[in-house]
Design a protein. Sequence first.
Length: 335
Amino acid sequence: MQNILITGGAGFIGSNFVRYLLQKYPAYSVVVYDKLTYAGNLDNLRDVERHPQYAFVRGDICDAAAVERAIAEHKIDTLVNFAAETHVDRSILDADAFIRTDVYGTYVLLEAAKKFGLRYHQVGTDEVYGWVEQGSSRETDPLVPRSPYAASKASADLLIGAYVVTHHVGATITRGANNIGPYQFPEKVVPLFVTNAIDDLPLPLYGDGKQQRDYQFVLDHCEAIDAVLHRGVIGEAYNVGTGHETYNIDLAHAILKLLNKPASLIQHVPDRAGHDRRYSLDVSKLHALGWQSRHAFAAALEKTVQWYVANAWWWRKLKSGEYLAYYKKQYEERT
Ligand code: NAD
Ligand code: TYD
């Protein structure tokens, strides 16, 4: 493993992973391939843009010729796919781009992996298991996605399984729980609530706020991807999370407390359609690879809040233009 293509590397988790790889593996060459959608942002990679082992290619994962060109030009041997449409609420408003990128785009990348003999890793999600009423999801559980986003990611996982069996592509999958940390687009609940709270704006909490998520720190997720990329068994999927869930209402209160803002900023708004009330992961398979989460929820949240307080330059300009149009569409009738 020497020359790694990181598709979707200009997004939240991808950019954290690029920074992590360049620090940990000085011999690796890291090439980011990204379409730069509304969620892709070169500010996320500003601190590595002059790194001698780093290069950026703008391109769409649905464009097979452009993908192959990037792989050939940079002598790529490994591909880690973060590229996706990722926001559940947007997938409810319009799923078109989700099917294109998350399903068709994954197919294009698998074809390229087959043709060039690449090691392939897919960054997947716990949302493929659907609402987990009791217990915790294991990797062998059925995929029962309930949002268009989750269905597009589950489709990708199924395609990968088929390419491993039929075409012997050397692929692995990680299924991560909700990530929090630096550079997350402020549509997702944590950066949305934190940046709204900083500006004394309401925190729109869906329904009763008793939905549960396993909020993990993004660098723990990066370490898990690293572990699976280097030590995972081909053809296998691995759950990634802390293994502990938090209620959204408790998350909202914790954010307000860290920022010294009043609880009156919490505004209960009508629920998301088809809202999965709980995700929960059994992470013992990944523990067996020697990985452990290093940030419990409270520490992860505190680090995250501090970063948004210190980096208003990064998020303030994102909360304009297309973002405001989306925000109006998503929240105006709710509030
Ligand atoms: P993000 O929305 O912040 O970034 C996605 C990136 O993909 C952006 O840089 C965007 O420009 C790029 N992209 C989108 N469509 C593309 C296309 N057609 N071609 C090339 N690039 C394209 O996403 P994120 O939160 O960093 O998530 C990264 C991956 O991790 C996704 O696959 C997501 O499903 C998965 N995941 C996310 C979470 C989470 O909590 N954010 C949890 C588990 C898994
Ligand atoms: P989100 O960050 O969109 O991640 P996902 O839906 O992929 O888990 O949402 C996390 C949780 O927060 C989810 O239960 C929905 C809830 N939520 C709100 O209550 N209000 C909001 O404005 C948003 C965006 C999410």
